[in-house]
Design a protein around this ligand. Structure first.
Ligand code: SAH
Length: 273
């Protein structure tokens, strides 16, 4: 059995966005009565409790990512800061820091932490961002994300990019992401409802485009909206009918494409719903 995070599976689901959604910073006192009723948490002055538990679990998640070979400290720090449990259903909170994708409603999933970290690391490795050998990568400029889903990856991106434009084709998830992100107050995240296969020309050119849904090919609109020196990282169907990550660099000499490891993303679909 893997150790499970110890913070409670039930979070505050009230609509009061001024209040932190999770019970961070508050200690829940469980008496036999409250345990039976699932009663409201009792806040104490002490800053110990679930808040610290959640950051400890997140630190373990980051440590595991590093052990899996993800070494970009900027990405790892961002993964350590964004509270993934805020983005999943309260019934799944105790799995939020496991390296697994989880359902977010409407048949869609939040990507595995490993895949989120891997794709953002690849974005930061774009040739256009390398100032000089041995020096850290330059920060990402404007990034377009296709497939906002619950908003988790957009939040991680907001810590490593100047601006994040994120598109979602399902109204229900676009709304859910807005609700999830509102209390986090990330002024550089812009959520758009629309078909991401068309990109978002108003924010172009982008220094990076990242897709969380995989199609048969990378849409021409993404290539057109990518800046020279920019990079696309996306899942794409391979000839064997499977999916793999594809990296496309737009260089002054033209496009360069490489196929990387196999992945499993939800399908990229056209239109809105
Ligand atoms: N990055 C997300 C992962 C969401 S799963 C997260 O952190 O939760 C991928 C999402 O892509 C789904 O919500 C799906 O509805 C969306 N999607 C698929 N095709 C799309 C398209 N053409 N435009 C915008 N979003 C799309």
């Amino acid at each position: 059995m893997k150790p499970r995070p110890s913070f409670p599976a039930r979070l505050d689901t009230s609509n009061d966005s001024a209040k932190p959604k999770a019970l961070l910073g508050a200690t829940r006192v469980v008496t036999p009565q409250t345990a039976m009723r699932g009663a409201a948490p009792v806040a104490l002055a002490s800053p110990t409790g679930v808040g610290l538990d959640s950051s400890a679990v997140r630190r373990r998640m980051v440590q595991k990512l590093a052990e899996q070979g993800l070494q970009d400290s900027v990405v790892l720090e961002a993964m350590g800061r964004i509270e993934r449990h805020r983005f999943v259903d309260s019934a799944l909170v105790n799995q939020a820091y496991e390296d697994t994708s989880l359902p977010i409603g409407l048949g869609q999933t939040i990507s595995k932490p490993n895949v989120v970290a891997r794709m953002i690391t690849l974005l930061r490795e774009a040739p256009g961002l390398q100032a000089a050998p041995g020096l850290p990568a330059l920060p990402l400029g404007r990034v377009l994300e296709i497939g906002t889903g619950c908003g988790y990856q957009a939040a991680v991106l907001s810590l490593v990019a100047r601006e994040v434009y994120s598109m979602e084709r399902l109204r229900g998830l676009h709304d859910k992401a807005k609700e999830n992100l509102r209390p986090m107050r990330l002024p550089n995240v812009h959520l758009m409802f629309g078909d991401g296969m068309l990109g978002y020309p108003k924010g172009a050119p982008y220094s990076a485009i990242i897709a969380a849904a995989g199609g048969e090919a990378v849409p021409q609109a993404w290539i057109d909206q990518l800046a020279v020196g920019g990079r696309i990282v996306a899942p794409m169907q391979t000839t064997a009918g499977q999916q793999a990550l594809v990296v496309i660099d737009k260089t002054p000499q033209g496009l360069q494409q490489s196929l990387l490891e196999a992945v499993h993303f939800v399908p990229l679909k056209s239109g809105i719903a």
